[in-house]
Design a protein around this ligand. Structure first.
Ligand code: 2YG
Length: 267
């Protein structure tokens, strides 16, 4: 399973000041602040300043990504949580977190990035949370999804979570994936989903897109219109500047919406 591995370059810009600018941009596109989006995803009030959260660096596999735990911690602090990066890594880090009586632990190895809610015994992985969050952000940006045509490009772990959310909100979903096995698995769960063998069959007519496939060769300028909205969690961003300049809105970041969604769904 080819998990995206972030680099220090991808996240080193994340600071509290940067997050406040990102928040303003997110509000402009969706009508909600990141704090409001957190509660929208959780579908309940969240008293973040009462939440104690440990982010535990993990040395397994390809090892620590310099700045990763600190970026996760800053996003959680920006939401008002009492978040800290443990001094220890791995099991010692988990032990330190327990000693600090935390409510949640965030930790990532090469296969899974998860939020663990120690009180409610819940584990939410970043792929599921990210797909859910990007579909919700698309919904807000589009002013609702009921009976609207939406295209999901890439139905792996992130795309599948987005698909679930879209269907739950009454969207009419068309999917594309180069992997026939992923299409088959999706159709077993969602027989009414439309499948295309090429995105040319439905773009630019469909103007709401969740793009999770990593290939930058997919979406070209003629696939989009000035009304198109693209929610794209893929890293690095697989869109050229012609597409980005032409479309109405792009929702994209390396880590923020996924971490917010992990907290919302683990709470
Ligand atoms: O603790 C550390 O510093 C490392 N063990 C973190 C490794 C994270 C590897 N996974 C990824 O980079 C991404 N799957 C993280 C989430 C990407 C968000 N779309």
């Amino acid at each position: 399973m080819n998990m995206t591995r972030l680099s220090t370059e991808d996240i080193k810009h994340i600071s509290l000041q940067y997050l406040s600018l990102y928040d303003l941009e997110f509000q402009r596109k969706t009508g909600k602040s990141l704090r409001e989006f957190l509660e929208y995803l959780a579908d309940k009030k969240i008293n973040t300043d009462a939440l104690k959260i440990a982010v535990v660096p993990i040395t397994a596999g390809k090892g620590i990504i310099k700045g990763f735990s600190e970026a996760v911690c800053l996003i959680l602090r920006y939401l008002g949580c009492k978040a800290f990066v443990t001094l220890n890594t791995d099991v010692a880090g988990f032990f330190e977190a327990f000693k600090n009586n935390v409510d949640l632990i965030f930790a990532a190895d090469d296969l899974v990035f998860s939020a663990f809610n120690l009180k409610k015994r819940r584990a939410i992985d970043n792929s599921y949370a990210t797909g859910y969050a990007y579909a919700a952000a698309l919904e807000l940006c589009a002013g609702g999804l009921q009976s609207k045509e939406v295209m999901v490009i890439g139905v792996g772990r992130v795309g599948s979570a987005a698909l679930e959310y879209l269907i739950s909100k009454g969207a009419i979903v068309t999917i594309f994936d180069k992997d026939a096995e992923k299409i088959k698995l999706t159709l077993e769960k969602h027989p009414y989903v439309k499948v295309v063998n090429s995105i040319d069959e439905v773009l630019p007519e469909i103007e709401l897109i969740v793009l999770t496939a990593p290939s930058s060769e997919l979406i070209k300028e003629h696939h989009v219109s000035r009304n198109t909205i693209i929610a794209c969690p893929a890293m690095p961003l697989p869109l050229n500047k012609e597409v980005i300049l032409k479309i109405r809105s792009l929702i994209h970041d390396p880590l923020q919406l996924g971490v917010i969604s992990m907290l919302a769904l683990a709470y």
